[in-house]
Design a protein around this ligand. Sequence first.
Ligand SMILES: Cc1cc2nc3c(=O)[nH]c(=O)nc-3n(C[C@H](O)[C@H](O)[C@H](O)COP(=O)(O)OP(=O)(O)OC[C@H]3O[C@@H](n4cnc5c(N)ncnc54)[C@H](O)[C@@H]3O)c2cc1C
Length: 403
Amino acid sequence: MPMTVQRATTVKPVSFEDTSIAFSSQSNGKLLKTYWLFALMNRGWVVNLGTFFIKLAFRLQLPIKKLIKETIFQQFCGGETISDCNRTIECLHKAHVGTILDYSVEGEGNEAGFDETVLEILRTIERSSESDAVPFSVFKVTGLASSELLEKVQSGTALTPEEEAAYARVRQRVDTLCHRACERNVKIFIDAEESWLQSTIDDLAYEMMERYNHQQCIVYNTYQFYRWESFSHLKEATEKARQKGYYLGAKLVRGAYIEKERIRAHEEEYQDPIHLTKEDTDRDFNLAVDYCLENRDILFVCLGTHNEYSCQYCIRRMQELGIEPGDSHIWFAQLLGMSDNISFNLANAGYKVAKYVPYGPVEAVMPYLFRRAAENKSIAGQSSREYTLVKNELKRRKNCRPA
Ligand SMILES: Cc1cc2nc3c(=O)[nH]c(=O)nc-3n(C[C@H](O)[C@H](O)[C@H](O)COP(=O)(O)OP(=O)(O)OC[C@H]3O[C@@H](n4cnc5c(N)ncnc54)[C@H](O)[C@@H]3O)c2cc1C
């Protein structure tokens, strides 16, 4: 039964403006570097030009790795290997922020590459099992399977015998990861991807939940609320979990592939799966927050968002429903190098928070970094907010310095 106990409480919002908490783990030097990076990313033309030259430099094998490593890579990634990430893990842990090791390599796309990725994700599960500092693991199904195969499975077209065998290996890889996560009592997210692959990913996720989520919530699927169907999918999945008696793990996000989705829907002349407006996406995201809180007898939720309103909304609803900040059913997650004002202030107020910490060889995580740069480049976008916060903190520190 949905849990709708409403308590009369005075709602205490968490301030996301407290930059002294947000940047407590950053030295003046590191903060200054962050300031310059966001100042540059605020200018769209710098990002466009920079992206072009970096791609060219890698193609020409120019020695730019050191420069990348000390700037954008250091801002958004934990390191090249899991052990490189230890400093970041410790630093976040001191502020009660967990780490989600995100192996961000977009691989070779062949069977050997997929098997390698499985081995690496297994290492992240082991690392997570060793310490509370790493509360979740994560993987993308496209790291374990060819997108063409996932798409063909989704289309319902008959597979050739070779494809049948390849898909059996994909299911086996997904099961290997979820089984190990269950054995080690580590929670694991399955990221959401493009709509033409997502039904296949959903089916795999539910198969795993049915297998591993009976005693506790191990496997989480991801719901993208820029898709107008997602809220009803979430409700259907909850009902199915209820009937079959397993926990539903739900990571709520808005969705990262809007441009690609719109272009393909337009080119191939099918109905755009994305909401018409940002407001529609925001409304569904916040409705889903409510729904998850009210069904927390069966639902475990993680809000993967940098949206301050959605985080405040969740806090308000938690307080109204009498849910403690540290309730293990409810997590917040942001990406490393972004929205520290949300992560650190929420953790400081006792909420459960973790950050995706991407890692991998510099060359291999470049697509991830280009996406972060693109996401941050608009004046109205995230970097403008980050820039202002860092600037405020630098000013605050200057004013605090003894004369
Ligand atoms: C921890 C974490 C995990 C994530 N995991 C995934 C994942 O597995 N899969 C995935 O796809 N993404 C994932 N993301 C990215 C996420 O989907 C968003 O792209 C990103 O976080 C920006 O959205 P926001 O909620 O932070 O806030 P906002 O900045 O408020 O929202 C921006 C988002 O709103 C939506 N939007 C913008 N304009 C419109 C419009 N005109 N119409 C409709 N919708 C619009 C888009 O989704 C856009 O990304 C993750 C993000 C985080 C922080």
